[in-house]
Design a protein around this ligand. Structure first.
Ligand code: FCB
Length: 495
């Protein structure tokens, strides 16, 4: 059997039970769902500016209304309760709470998150808060953004405010979501807000995001209830070399450095990988790295969140024909990969999701096993995993999203296999609860297990939601035989 077949077979195996206490959740992010962008004192974030700039987001879509979660949060918590999930990972909009990016607190903004947390606790769902899921206050971008060192200090102040406000009730804190995207898509390739294309600025941004994390951890620890776990969420890349040839292995090393080790090593080992500093020396002299920064960044986390969607295949560019740049993040005017100019990002075999991302659950297994090997003893959480497909709403309202169900089954099989092999994975958060604003793709890509009609804001459980409810409530993967036949009504799917 190939590794893929083993993982898939495990997913279908009878008795694929998860450990007692395994946390089952769903995830979202503020700008993708909240809407209400000018309400109750919220000011603009870089994503408001970016999405309102012509040509940046597919269809000219913006997060102005999104899924209107700001007003419909109680309905959405009720949906989660119906799914039986034990935890909800959501993010806080920084400019809703600190409209100038400075120290002026907007109480109405804080009150929204306080209401949400209470609603969740009332429904028996653990609130898991991400402080930063990409929506930097525009005021801070105007002052230089993440390439400016001061932004890290502002983030620590924000962490302190949030910790004091919600620290008695939140179950787990996450500082940053996917700092790789913030730094290298935001300031490098320019496909994400703020849309800058300056490789040196992207490296400075990566460092200041790391520093922000390192400063925020002690700020949170001082403010929240003792013992509350603190984490960071990384979109680690499962990087594969196209062959055993040394040049391809070298390409994989470089990509691994910029995708993974530039965050993992300072955060978990207190030292930037020297090969990454060398690889990028033509772009930046790393003058932003000051004495003592690496110790600050290594503040320590209780858990590491891993987001995974698809693996990455790289090779040495042979200089013949156009270089392939199929890294899964879309073409931008700049590069997201400083120091990797000689790397070919190869297209991968199908099947694919609607994002054109190759579906391959072995990447998730490999990633979890690799982090465990490199950082033994660190508890892990899968903080995002899921898939966009072109869902069809039948006249009856039913959405038979079998491909999503299959994707989830295979990837949960990979998580199960990793646990069986001794990796300490504590939970799984499905991306996403709702169809939402998928960044540069706008509303064209649907990741939800709950369908949203963006014209009416009507929510509708897809078949995958009923399937996930079965997984969550049984703490196990249902065997294939128990899968409801096509055409039969699945549980209580529907409104
Ligand atoms: C991740 C983001 C999340 C969502 C998924 C599809 O990179 O963290 O907000 O867009 O991808």
């Amino acid at each position: 059997m190939t590794a893929q077949e083993t993982v898939v077979a495990d997913a279908g195996a009878e008795g694929a039970r998860f450990p007692d206490g395994f946390v089952w959740g769903v995830a979202t992010a503020a700008y993708q769902i909240e809407g209400a962008v000018a309400e109750d004192g919220r000011t603009r974030s870089i994503w408001d500016t970016f999405s309102h700039t012509a040509g940046k987001v597919a269809g000219g879509d913006t997060g102005d209304v999104a899924t209107d979660h700001y007003h419909r949060y109680a309905e959405d918590v009720a949906l989660m309760a119906e799914l039986g999930v034990g935890a909800y990972r959501f993010s806080v909009s920084w400019p809703r709470v600190l409209p100038d990016g400075g120290s002026r607190v907007n109480q109405k903004g804080l009150d929204f998150y306080s209401r949400l947390v209470d609603e969740l606790l009332g429904a028996g769902i653990q609130p898991v808060v991400t402080l930063y899921h990409w929506d930097l206050p525009q005021a801070l971008e105007d002052a230089g953004g993440w390439p400016n060192r001061d932004t890290a200090a502002r983030f620590a102040d924000y962490a302190d405010v949030m910790g004091r406000a919600l620290g008695d009730r939140v179950t787990m804190w996450t500082t940053l979501n996917e700092p790789w995207c913030s730094a290298f898509l935001g300031y490098g390739s320019g496909v994400h807000a703020p849309g800058r294309t300056d490789a040196a600025a992207a490296l400075a941004a990566a460092h200041h995001l790391n520093l922000a994390h390192g400063l925020a951890v002690p700020a949170l620890r001082a403010a929240v209830a003792a013992g509350t776990p603190i984490s960071v969420v990384l979109n680690l890349a499962a990087v594969r070399a196209a062959s055993d040839a040394p040049a391809d292995a070298e390409a994989a090393r470089r990509v691994d450095g910029i995708a993974n080790r530039i965050f993992l090593e300072p955060m978990l080992r207190g030292r930037y990988p020297r090969d990454v500093i060398a690889d990028t020396s033509a772009v930046s002299d790393w003058g932003f790295l000051r004495d003592g920064d690496e110790e600050v960044i290594a503040a320590g986390v209780d858990l590491l969140g891993v987001n995974y969607y698809t693996p990455m295949l790289v090779a040495a560019y042979d200089g013949v024909g156009p270089r392939s740049l199929a890294d899964g993040h879309g073409d931008g005017p700049g590069t997201a990969w400083p120091g990797c100019d000689d790397v070919d990002f190869r297209p991968q075999p199908g099947p694919y999701t609607a994002m054109d991302w190759s579906i391959d659950a072995t990447g998730l297994y490999d990633l979890l096993a690799r982090v465990d090997r490199d950082h033994p003893g660190l508890p892990l959480l899968v903080t995002e995993n899921g898939a966009a497909f072109d869902d069809v709403v039948e006249p009856s309202g039913r959405i038979r999203d079998r491909e999503r169900e299959r994707y989830l089954r295979e990837h949960l099989g990979a998580v199960h296999a990793a646990i069986a092999d001794g990796v300490d994975v504590r939970g799984y958060f499905l991306w996403s609860l709702l169809d939402n604003f998928e960044w540069a793709y706008g509303y064209s890509k649907r990741f939800g297990i709950v369908h949203v009609d963006f014209a009416t804001q009507q929510r509708r459980l897809k078949d995958s939601a009923a399937w996930y409810r079965d997984v969550v409530t049984s703490n196990a993967l249902p065997g294939r035989a128990t899968e409801p036949p096509d055409g039969g009504q699945v549980g209580a799917a529907g409104e």
